[in-house]
Ligand binder design. Structure first.
Ligand SMILES: [Zn+2]
Length: 249
């Protein structure tokens, strides 16, 4: 069973990532289930973004395992109320924060407030991280320190140049999980597993922006034991998102 912990499903900014497009790419890449997020930060200029995301989430419960709501903390209580409602009423199981598009670093008070709230609601936070000044692993580390009761998935684990910081941050904070999509090193999954153990590494692709075959190559050449692979590919994200797994392979 391979669950993609970081996939996008939305129609926005000229991208056409409908569920149907996603399912085609999943089949090509051998992905069984995806945890999706959108492309728009909500609330924002697109009133349809939220219903569109909920509809995508419900389009195929077999292939779409769960969703992270992409929130814009600048909207304060409006964003807070929507996030709470999404978890309690609409089945959202995670929070996605993209520090570059919301123009707030992960350790900004407004961001920390939402990360803490996610912990209170018992859902994980998927952060975009990478080489941008607002999305650095050390900043995510400060946020993780301020929110010890929230599970934080570091998407892209620091991008091309900051993966060593990502390893250090995850070694220091037990609530940080590493997701290696987009990092070009072919042995990045091995490095992550060696640094923090297979229990804190989750497989993700960032599809359709990155084709899952690229990330599958990294996974299939990571030299993981069957037990480690099961944790990285399904068990960890299933535990983080409260998913029930009925089958294994
Ligand atoms: Zn992404």
């Amino acid at each position: 069973m391979i669950i993609d912990a970081h996939a996008h499903c939305d129609v926005r900014f000229g991208w056409i990532h409908t569920p149907e497009v996603l399912f085609g790419i999943m089949a090509e890449g051998g992905i069984d289930k995806a945890c999706i997020t959108g492309l728009a930060d909500i609330p924002g200029d697109d009133d349809e973004a939220y219903p569109r995301f909920v509809a995508a989430l419900r389009s195929d419960p077999e292939r779409i395992a769960a969703g992270y709501l992409r929130i814009n903390p600048w909207y304060g209580n409006r964003a807070r109320d929507l996030f709470i409602r999404s978890v309690r009423e609409d089945g959202i199981r995670g929070l996605k924060l993209h520090p570059t598009t919301i123009i707030l670093p992960p350790n900004a008070p407004a961001v920390i407030e939402f990360v803490r709230l996610a912990g209170e609601l018992r859902v994980p936070v998927l952060f975009h991280s990478g080489d941008e000044p607002n999305a650095l692993p050390l900043q995510i580390g400060k946020c993780a320190e301020a929110c010890p009761d929230t599970d934080i998935i570091m998407g892209h684990m620091g991008g091309t140049f900051f993966w060593e910081d990502a390893l250090r941050v995850a070694q220091k904070y037990p609530n940080v999980y590493l997701e290696p999509s987009g990092n070009p090193l072919p042995d990045i999954i091995q490095k992550a597993v060696r640094a923090v153990g297979a229990e804190r590494v989750v497989f993700g692709t960032d599809m359709p922006a990155i084709h899952p075959k690229v990330e599958r190559y990294k996974l299939d050449h990571a030299g993981l034991t069957p037990d480690q692979k099961e944790l990285v590919c399904s068990r960890n994200i299933a535990r983080l998102m409260g998913l029930k797994l009925n089958s294994n392979r």
